[in-house]
Write a protein that binds this ligand. Structure first.
Ligand code: SF4
Ligand code: F3S
Ligand code: ZN
Length: 103
């Protein structure tokens, strides 16, 4: 599961589409955590898709991650600023790849 303390345990190593990426990143095998308010651990995501289907405000968009061992697409929190903290994505992700911090 995603580390809920990732902001203490990791560092921001790059930006992607307006949000932070928390390392380590070593493409294509290691992709880190995308987003901060809505954080998706790309190394855990298996592209189940439930988060994209269920998010009421369409926070997520697919991004291509060729040659990643878990899946070749990931749910990117492209619109994390629109999140209304319903926690649905956290509940439906089968591998607990998502952390949302209401605040
Ligand atoms: Fe979308 Fe709710 Fe998850 Fe926020 S907590 S990203 S609104 S499903
Ligand atoms: Fe990935 Fe979980 Fe969404 S596996 S696509 S973050 S439901
Ligand atoms: Zn991203």
């Amino acid at each position: 599961a995603i580390d809920p303390e990732f902001e203490e345990n990791r560092d921001v190593v790059e930006q992607h589409d307006g949000h932070d990426v928390w390392g380590p990143v070593d493409e294509p095998e290691e992709l880190g955590i995308h987003g901060t308010h809505v954080a998706v651990d790309f190394d855990i995501c298996i592209a189940d898709g439930a988060c994209l289907e269920d998010c009421p405000v369409d926070v997520f968009e697919w991004v291509d991650t060729p040659d990643h061992p878990e899946s070749e697409i990931k749910a990117d929190p492209a619109h994390e600023d629109q999140c209304i903290d319903c926690m649905l994505c956290v509940d439906v992700c089968p591998v607990d790849a998502i952390d949302v911090d209401p605040g």
